[in-house]
Design a protein around this ligand. Sequence first.
Ligand code: PMP
Length: 443
Amino acid sequence: MTAVFHRSLAHDYPVAVSGEGIVIRDSQGRSYIDASGGAAVSCLGHSHPDVLAAMHAQLDSLAYAHTSFFTTEVAEELAEMLVADAPAGMSHVYFLSGGSEAIETALKLARQYFVEIGQPQRRHIIGRRQSYHGNTLGALAVGHNAGRRVQYAPLLIETHHVSPTYGYRHRAAGETPEAYGARLAAELAEEIERLGPDSVIAFIAETVGGATCGAITAPPGYFRAVREICDQHGILLILDEVMCGMGRTGTLHACEQEGVAPDLMTIAKGLGGGFAPIGAVLVADKVFQAFDRGSKLFQHGHTYLGHALACAAGLAVQKVIRRDNLLANVRAQGAHLTRRLAERFGNHHHVGDIRGRGLFQAIEIVADRGTKETFDPALKLHARIKAEAMARGLMVYPSGGTADGIRGDHVLIAPPFIVDAGDIDTIVERLAEAVDASLPPAG
Ligand code: PMP
């Protein structure tokens, strides 16, 4: 019996009691390699001594001071570090407690920006299908994870969705990746024309898709074309890097690899590495200046924003990543993971696609490689893979096969940045066993 209202009421959860490095242990003495960093969160693994020491020191002085009264040294220092390493033109940081709050904040910042500059008629947000931006109602509305969204549809604000970048399924035969990217950008331009360019607030996208599609990268040139289209109409570009950001794809921000800078960027998971709940919106100076020249008041706020202990955790995590040059390890081990996945699954009858970047990669499971037909969603293959992996002491992040019927089951692999090649080999071996044990009998 449990008094905790768990996510799935049909499931018994092991009791996690301790964690060290890339391993979590449960109350039965079993250990699990955290090959998903939870949900792409634990970038330094568990119990990192430098982070714990920084958090203890912060607790000894001040855990929390409400931001309507004070700022704190630790929040200011973290913001300065984030701005120094941010994409061009970003000058300020708004702290939150997680990803969904960051998305809600970015949407409201974008809307108020246009009020501040005298364009209050702008009211539309355009997102992408098969995207995930969080579970609060605004984030759910701009995202399009069908399974998570469908039952709340009547409560959601009106939003508009264009095609995701999903080359494995949607790139036409004979179409180059560049032509595919241009076609998707043209679709966005058409949607903007249809709505009326001066009625659109923002386009929002995950730079690399995470929870809904599994490590989906954009075709070359797509984001540069999107940036141009937004600029042409004065529309803001919001990049959601809650999952793919803060080093996970091998550069601090995934958009660096796309050659674009957004107007607003949401970050969270890897910012605090799971040591404390923290998220943030990075804000372009152009947006900040509109507030500074205008009302000087962002009509928003949450009780725990800028929480000193959370900022201390984030600051310590970010210092360790820089000091230990961990992004180089993300790139090196990411390349090793790519090779090992190709060796183990490249000829697998039921793995249709292997994709991703850095330590953010996925395999897509299909019933038939030739036709790309998915398994029956009722099989809940992704859930079976998760259970089989847990039984083998491995945490991975499978999802898929639910209400939209157009994507297969996939498994996301997002281990901590401290993994070595031996860890990657073990992860891939255990995953292969878990996948094979989950597949329905042939015929
Ligand atoms: N955006 C993206 C891209 C995410 O992956 C997530 C969480 N999986 C969120 C937003 C929401 O973050 P949170 O769960 O911290 O609210």
